[in-house]
Write a protein that binds this ligand. Structure first.
Ligand code: SF4
Ligand code: SF4
Length: 451
């Protein structure tokens, strides 16, 4: 592989110590499919912010190749360029040569987590994230002190002093996206079976998500109402846990596999036609179960069958068609902008369907923002682990959304909603972010929004 001058200069700085292990390193055939044209660079958010070849898709592919070849080491200098990747998959959409960067970065992340010794603080923070976020029941317990932290005004005090930012910018980043914890975060038990209204058209399973279930329970409630109103019987197995998106995106191989198996088991014998998800990042991972469990002889077939049934809620509704009447959700025309979540747009190629659904609501003027395909900086837990890059992307995204003149922002991913809400607040804007299902739910029920 030829290395550009820029890339060669940077790789030369990296000392040869230790590389990838033999367990699924990034596939050299996929690496060789990159022709180094550089088309992907302008659409890569990390390259836009950091401006270095090694923080671009092409640069990272050079690095993977050089580590595979034993020319450079997997050490702090090289690992940081993999860590700076948001995993937004914009490069996969852009690449004219069809380079499967998603598979390359996924293999690399698992290698990094196995073979790169992170410092104690990084390890601790990641441990905290991976022990809490994918387990809603544990996270719910952790929310109790956070509830009082907010209710007693301690959060305001901590933010006003800037203390957390001084101690740890990453903890400050976590605090800055923490939504208001309400009593709903501690409730949210759905019945296992919710009947369809009118004639039953489908029997569908619904996945509640982790962040969605705790912080955005109204989105799940709206999703269930929209489905049942449109002739779907909804099944919600109580044993369902996390979809594995977070550990999978961060290279936590065994944890991701265990969570995927649990999810498959929880839907076994439910006899559903489809499994519906309303969070972009989760949907992308659920569709990847066949790949995540490809080396598990007991589960690989079950995983493929499960993945074949997974549908994003918007993809599903657009394909079956709405049977309910929709009413205007505001007294006067509403200017709305839809924000594309990367794992819907790039990961699942879903962009037309949400717009089609939203346009069916009377009185809505749907706007398109500049750089619609650029990541907002949320990217799972990226905004907690790489707060500087995420800050810049979040501020840019919000500016572009506001420049459309929108009075309301629609977003189909909880992480994006948190990131955008944070930056709206930082820019002093009182604009709400809602999930398209909440808007459809209002339109079906004939209720008006108060903006
Ligand atoms: S666009 Fe594709 S082929 Fe071109 S540099 Fe990027 S990844 Fe490589
Ligand atoms: S996944 Fe996103 S951040 Fe990572 S290289 Fe591709 S475009 Fe850049």
């Amino acid at each position: 592989m030829q290395i550009s001058e820029n890339a060669a200069n940077e790789t030369a700085k990296i000392k040869n110590l230790k590389g990838f292990d033999a367990n699924h390193p990034p596939d050299p055939k996929l690496i060789d499919s990159c022709v180094h044209c550089g088309f992907c660079l302008s659409t890569c958010p990390s390259y836009r912010v950091l401006g270095k070849e090694m923080d671009s898709p092409r640069g990272r592919i050079y690095l993977m190749d050089a580590i595979n070849e034993g020319e450079i080491a997997l050490n702090q200098a090289s690992a940081q360029h993999f860590d700076s990747c948001l995993g937004c998959l914009a490069c996969v959409t852009t690449c004219p040569s069809g380079v499967q960067y998603d598979k390359l970065i996924s293999a690399t992340r698992h290698q990094v987590e196995r073979n790169y010794p992170r410092n104690w603080y990084d390890k601790l923070l990641r441990k905290l994230i991976f022990s809490l976020f994918p387990y809603p029941n544990i996270l719910r317990v952790f929310l109790v002190p956070l509830f009082f932290y907010q209710r007693l005004g301690l959060q305001k005090l901590v933010r006003a002093t800037g203390l957390l930012q001084l101690i740890s910018p990453r903890l400050a980043a976590m605090d800055s996206i923490l939504p208001e914890i309400t009593l709903k975060s501690f409730q949210g038990n759905f019945p296992t079976i919710i009947p369809a209204q009118g004639e039953k058209r489908y029997r569908v399973g619904v996945i509640l998500g982790c962040v969605q279930r705790l912080f955005f329970s109204p989105v799940n409630e709206a999703t269930v109402r929209v489905l049942t109103a449109n002739g779907c019987e909804v099944i919600i197995p109580k044993s369902q846990g996390c979809c594995a998106a977070l550990p999978e995106h961060q290279g936590q191989t065994e944890q991701a596999k265990a969570l995927a198996r649990q999810m498959i088991d929880s839907f076994a014998n439910t006899n559903v036609d489809y499994v519906i998800i309303n969070a972009a990042g989760c949907g992308h991972t659920l569709k990847e179960y066949g790949h995540i469990l490809e080396n598990d002889p007991e589960y690989v077939e079950k995983a493929k069958q499960f993945a074949a049934k997974v549908r994003d809620i918007q993809e599903f509704l657009a394909s079956i068609g709405l049977t309910t009447k929709l009413s205007s959700i505001t007294e006067k025309p509403l200017t709305l902008v839809y924000q594309d979540a990367c794992h819907l747009l790039h990961g699942q190629k879903i962009s037309i369907q949400p717009r089609q659904l939203l346009r069916q609501i009377p009185n809505i003027k749907l706007k398109e923002p500049l750089d619609a395909a650029l990541c907002c900086g949320s990217a799972g837990v990226y905004n907690m682990l790489q707060p500087e890059v995420a800050e810049e992307l979040g501020a840019q995204k919000v500016q572009n959304l506001l420049n459309t003149g929108a009075e309301l922002i629609a977003s189909a991913n909880p992480g994006c909603a948190l990131q955008i809400s944070k930056h709206l607040k930082a820019q002093g804007k009182n604009v709400e972010v809602m999930h398209p299902m909440e808007l459809l739910d209002y339109a079906i029920r004939g209720e008006k929004l108060t903006l």
